[in-house]
Design a protein around this ligand. Sequence first.
Ligand code: PEP
Ligand code: MG
Length: 547
Amino acid sequence: MITGKGRTACQGVAIGTILEIEAPTVSDLSNDAYMSVEQELELLQEGLACAATELEELAAKTREQVGEDEAEILEMQRMMLDDPDICDAIIAKIKKGAISASKAAIEVGIEQAREFEALDDQYMRERAADVKDVTSRISRAILGTNVVTLTEPSIIVADDLTPSQTVAFDRKLILGFVLRKGTMNSHASILARTMNIPSLINTELPDEPLNGRILALDTEAQTFYLDPDSETIEHIMEAKDRFYARQMQLLKLRGKETVAPCGHRVKAFANIGRPDDVEAVLENDAEGIGLYRSEFLYIGKETYPSEEEQYRAYAKVASTMNGKLVIIRTLDIGADKVAHYFNLPEEENPALGMRAIRICLTRPEIFKTQLRALYRAAARGNIAIMLPMITSVDEVLKAKAICAEVEQELKNEGIEYKVPSLGIMIETPAAAILSDRLAKVVDFFSVGTNDLLQYTCAIDRQNQTLGDFYDPHHPALLEFLRIIAKNAHDNGIWVGICGELGGDLELTDTFIEYGYDELSVSPSAVLPLREKVLKSKAQCKNILSSK
Ligand code: PEP
Ligand code: MG
């Protein structure tokens, strides 16, 4: 047995068989070097077969868990795989020139979608999205960048994970993550918490073949056990029982209001990355969704999600939340969240580069597609929009002008929509300093402490070697948090925190004293937060009215 230490990225106890995976680099993901016509044709056949199996499985799962209409869309896409118009066009492209099967599929998708989009018939126009969806599925299947297929419950071991890998796993089959690298605020760790997967990062796992061996992890002890002996297995089972008993105790807090003894009411919201995460939001009785990271609809794909695809995802989340507020952040692509089809320039400092709102303002066609989907979905539930990475009032006004255009277009087209309220993330020092002015042009603030700390202290949230220099309780960050809340309330808007610090129970009393109205945390952290607020010793001088 080998024992080693790590840092807890998500609490829990697990034991199971190891599936070791390699983290793909961005270049791996676009690695589709051309081989020969024969080999590319062979790859195409494999890709088609794999895409067919995926769609069949997905349709069956959707019929069971979502509904008949949604399952039929997937069955229709499955039939498109046999459509000679699509297959023959891909084959013809491969035979014609030095093009890889995966690229040929994407090109055919784009060309045929363009033809559908030009048609008058609304139904046929909507098929454009399906063509693109199907051809990008074929392409991903060929590249092998689809979900790492888990066939049995496994503990995933890797050096590190990309955000797209993390969301692509089938949640039901992942028992835990044990990573050699990683940081607490990397998106892989954040997503592990959102999906409630016991995780240890920064571990000293040996560099030797691990696949198929047994691994146990106990995050309370911050320890992993490779090839555990029978005594250790017994100890792990006891730790599992203790963890389960604690969860049962927390579930008793469902249905209670999150109010501190001093009278301050905090809304305990949850963060999600995928529509599937809503299940955990409801299970843990979150009072709303404070951050839906919409960029996960974009990453791990070969092309942009269509308006229809986005509309379906947003409307489904909003209707499942049944009237509770759902704050959907517009796409925050860039930095570590990579979607290669955006064709962003290579950057020396991607965290300081073309990301989030900067992409939306320079490529309004992408932004408008998302806004149209959001405005339409707002007619189906209680949706608010939130803009990431804001640094100036001007950016907000420009984004609002694009929102107004979208509204006008939907009105002219006679499409049902509702204007959602509009908030911004405060996650740059510029926005924190300008929060008094920004509060005059938006409906709410939500503080992104992950980036605000990174940019305030000039410290990379992805770099695990910085040790104690990375201080989430840095006084400069806390002072910003105080100022932001004051400026929000002085201007009559509400303010929350959706960065990971919102779930840091050592700071809950401080947030209450600053007057924070909402704290949005991973679903499994909602009830511990409620418990902490209910027992809070915070002394609120002024109880600010929470909206
Ligand atoms: C943040 O920066 O705190 C935040 C919530 O956004 P993300 O972690 O997705 O960058
Ligand atoms: Mg951020």
